[in-house]
Design a binder for this molecule. Structure first.
Ligand code: SF4
Length: 254
């Protein structure tokens, strides 16, 4: 995703009312919704988010304690070699590439930003391994600044199923969500959709027919076809049982 801000147009009042209802239902269900990456300081969140590409938060959270203990500050990362950092990342896919991104991004933070994670989207996306989604995660969670909505695989899927967008690309989905929701809800919105995506509406099959929010708001169920959800779950389960002939690039996206 590029760093350019998606264009905003006038919202449809009925769509905004529906969006608010979806938000309230999810917020009531998941009052504890939050970023599930473990971090204490902004540069740790930035690094954890870089590492989370094509990896689960659980896998990242297993790798980062050793990494952050070995390199406590951005300066420590910038003085290290990518190979020294990579030693701590071997449980993650693309670990060599991620180690280079971590080393180079921390080096730039030290040389251009006095060792502090920058607080603008334009500066963040200049860092290696940082695109718009990662920048939005850091700004929203480390600095409580909302420049956009984090659109990961769960947000994209759920936003479509809940009728919040018809778009298919992360950029277009983000633009639609920014139109529908007030800025102060952007950060929590993505956490709520991710929580629902991880716990109820899993990418491969889902527990559709027993969930009240799904029945009320999901396009699958609101067209009175919960059987489609069950059928898709059955198909997904069957495909999981079938041995794959394709090479496995790594873990599923978070
Ligand atoms: S009804 Fe099924 S497909 Fe729709 S959001 Fe719920 S779990 Fe996902």
């Amino acid at each position: 995703m590029s760093g350019a801000t998606p264009r905003r147009t006038a919202p449809n009042p009925e769509a905004r009312r529906r969006a608010a209802a979806v938000f309230q239902a999810l917020a009531k269900r998941y009052p504890e919704a939050h970023c599930e990456l473990n971090w204490k300081r902004p540069h740790e969140l930035l690094i954890a988010t870089i590492l989370s590409a094509q990896a689960t938060d659980v896998a990242v959270n297993k790798a980062t304690p050793g990494l952050f203990a070995a390199f406590p500050t951005p300066a420590d990362f910038s003085r290290a070699t990518a190979d020294q950092i990579a030693v701590h990342l071997q449980t993650l896919n693309f670990w060599r590439m991620k180690a280079r991104a971590v080393q180079e991004s921390m080096a730039v933070i030290c040389t251009r930003h006095s060792g502090q994670v920058p607080r603008t989207l334009a500066e963040l996306v200049q860092l290696r391994g940082v695109a718009r989604k990662t920048a939005n995660v850091v700004l929203g969670n480390a600095f409580e600044m909302s420049e956009g909505v984090v659109v990961d695989t769960h947000v994209l899927r759920l936003a479509r199923r809940f009728g919040l967008t018809r778009a298919t690309t992360p950029e277009a989905v983000e633009r639609d969500l920014m139109r529908l929701f007030p800025r102060e809800r952007w950060c929590l919105l993505s956490h709520l959709l991710i929580f629902h995506g991880r716990r109820v509406c899993k990418a491969r099959g889902a527990t559709c027919d027993s969930d009240a929010i799904c029945h009320k708001y999901c396009s699958n169920c609101s067209t009175n076809t919960p059987a489609r959800c069950a059928a898709s779950a059955t198909r997904a389960a069957a495909s999981r049982r079938r041995p794959s002939t394709r090479p496995r690039p790594g873990r599923p996206a978070r």
